[in-house]
Design a protein around this ligand. Structure first.
Ligand SMILES: [Zn+2]
Length: 129
């Protein structure tokens, strides 16, 4: 009885560990590139609305308004262009895994996964290998 319970407990821990680990590894990056672009688009759109409001209440001159608005629209277009071809991130296909490890601190690239960067010596916390 006790042995059976111990075996079941050990099996349970093993299954729990194996079942939970992969999710834990893929979870720390909830923001996909598509989400990030979407966030930026929302932020710029909100800024544009603020700008229009401020211009409406007379806080901005015509020139300032037109200039800032044009800059924001350009930024919005850039974000939209960058969004073309960016698909929602799937945990299975990460480009970093195929091309090696990229140091999040100095940007140095290495062919194999490393715990610490060979260039700047900081921990490589970004890679999910
Ligand atoms: Zn580095």
């Amino acid at each position: 009885m006790i042995v059976t319970a111990a075996v079941l407990l050990a099996l349970g821990v093993l299954v729990y560990t194996l079942a939970v680990r992969p999710q834990d590894v893929s979870e720390p990056a909830p923001t996909s590139p598509a989400d990030y672009l979407e966030e930026r688009k929302t932020a710029i759109t909100e800024n544009l609305q603020d700008l229009q409001f401020e211009y409406g209440v007379g806080k901005l001159s015509e020139t300032d308004y037109q200039e800032t608005r044009r800059e924001m629209q350009q930024e919005l277009e850039e974000v939209e262009r960058a969004g073309i071809g960016v698909e929602p991130a799937s945990p299975a296909a990460k480009p970093a895994a195929a091309t090696g490890t990229l140091c999040p601190h100095c940007g140095a690239r290495f062919p194999q996964p490393l715990k610490f960067c060979g260039e700047c010596g900081k921990p490589m916390t970004g890679g999910a290998a």
